[in-house]
Design a protein around this ligand. Structure first.
Ligand SMILES: *Cc1c(COP(=O)(O)O)cnc(C)c1O
Length: 457
């Protein structure tokens, strides 16, 4: 194999690491729509949000104009424990595919939580601590966010209460125990602990839960416990802001070798890793400095961008959270109990939704079995055992590299490899045993959820 002058892994040294997060909204002419109050349908004011979220995080959430936020030194020090994450040139994959395409991936799985979620968890824990809170509550779907948050909370000595989607709680006992190792308490959701949990259980007995349900429970717990606030691992503007560290590092690494990507691909659940990865590139695009193809990949089982509608909707099943204008399947949509894990969310970041609406990015959906086929192929060629979520991006990157083989195009493809899949071995087992199904919701099913969207002019 010939190894070009570009190394297998491009690292940054400490001085080259980002010192500020980049706020993509500052460069958007059409801003994402504001969050609305669930009671009045009026834009949420900082004061109202501060009952639920930490103050500084609310300020970040509402700020559509400041392009850069300095990363506090304490957070930069924590980042140094596991960052920069490597930008890997996938030489082995390219060779195996026989493609002229050049493939890079930004690998975020090199920390104990196993995903990019730690980038925002540490920031949110820091601001909670700074505000003098006792602890935070949250939900977790596949478990990565809860794990990341429990690590961040233990670092700052904060209490951490996690509502874990019931099917994950049962399928991923090891994730649960990692969280408890870091001192978090973990409750399967829906639970009998909260009013909203009891209500959901009464309406849908035997439900395996969803992120939307777990969010409602965590919010209720936070607002009814003194000294607690709620934190969220995706979807929100503040999370995309923190995750911009992924894109800033990626861009700095590419710039070092004068590499200009043609295509940037990321999986999209709530949109935080994709929003973070693309942020500096999309910023250039918005300012007219460069152009890139940007592709969001979502599961065919939970296709909010490709089959949802762009409308105001509740962020949670219990309808206690603010409403966000986003591509949504309806907050009543409960995805099938499949293994797309962290991508099982009915909505999408309002920032990404607005960019998609403006035609600045594309979206595709892929089926579960083709995702696992790509995951296994990737594991065997590149060595890393990918998370199922990340493998959505792998699928599309491989398909594109195969197309390049047909056309002879030497495209430069960058994709986000958001995490590792060690805790997803039940899903891999199903795939290996040929027991994995490709559930795709019918039009009728989607129409029912869509008809229940709140009507807001
Ligand atoms: C949570 C998660 C995702 C999806 O969340 P986004 O907010 O869309 O980034 C993707 N990959 C991994 C490994 C995750 O843990």
């Amino acid at each position: 194999m010939s190894i070009g002058k570009i190394p297998y892994k491009i690292y940054l040294n400490e001085e080259e690491m980002p010192k500020a997060w980049y706020n993509l909204r500052a460069d958007m002419k059409e801003k994402p729509a504001p969050l609305l109050s669930p009671g009045t349908y009026q834009p949420m004011k900082a004061k109202e949000l501060e009952g639920v979220f930490c103050e500084e995080l609310v300020a970040q959430e509402l700020d559509d104009h400041t392009p850069f936020f300095e990363i506090p030194e304490e957070i930069r020090n924590f980042y140094k424990m596991y960052r920069p994450s490597p930008l890997v040139r996938a030489y082995c994959l390219e060779e195996r595919l026989g493609t002229p395409a050049k493939i890079y991936y930004k690998f975020e799985g090199n920390n104990t939580s196993g995903s990019h979620k730690l980038n925002s968890a540490i920031a949110q824990a820091y601001y909670a601590k700074k505000q003098g809170l006792k602890g935070v509550t949250t939900e977790t779907g596949a478990g990565q966010w809860g794990t990341a948050l429990s690590m961040a909370c233990s670092y700052f000595g904060l209490d951490c209460k996690v509502y874990m989607v019931k099917c994950s709680y049962e399928q991923k006992p090891f994730r649960r125990e990692v969280m408890r190792t870091y001192g978090a308490s973990v409750t399967p959701s829906p639970s009998m602990e909260t009013e909203v949990g009891r209500k959901i259980l009464a309406e849908h007995p035997g439900t395996t839960g969803s992120l939307g349900c777990a969010i409602s429970e965590a919010v209720e717990k936070a607002v009814s416990s003194e000294g607690y606030r709620y934190v969220l691992g995706s979807v929100l503007n503040q999370v995309l802001l923190h995750q911009s560290v992924i894109g800033l590092e990626t861009k700095a690494a590419l710039d070092k070798y004068d590499i200009r990507p043609d295509v940037i691909i990321g999986c999209a659940g709530g949109g935080s890793n994709l929003g973070g990865l693309i942020s500096p590139f999309m910023g250039q695009k918005l300012r007219g400095e460069a152009d890139y193809r940007i592709i969001a990949v979502e599961p065919a089982s939970c296709p909010s961008l490709t089959r949802g509608v762009y409308a105001y909707d509740f962020c949670d099943t219990g309808m206690v959270c603010p409403l966000s204008k986003m591509y949504t399947l309806g907050s009543g949509f409960i995805p099938s109990a499949n293994h797309a894990g962290g991508l099982r969310y009915h909505g999408m970041s309002s920032t990404l939704s607005e960019l998609y609406h403006q035609g600045l990015m594309e979206a595709v959906s892929v089926r579960q079995t083709e995702v696992f086929e790509a995951a296994e192929y990737f594991a065997r060629v590149e060595g890393i055992l990918p998370a199922p979520e990340s493998s959505h991006a792998i699928r599309v990157a491989i398909d594109m590299a195969k197309e390049c083989k047909e056309t002879g195009e030497e495209k430069t493809i960058v994709f986000g490899l958001t995490g590792t899949g060690y805790f997803d071995m039940f899903a891999y087992e199903k795939y290996h045993n040929g027991e994995m199904s490709d559930y795709v919701p019918s039009e009728e099913e989607l129409a029912v959820c869509r008809s229940k969207l709140p009507r807001i002019e």
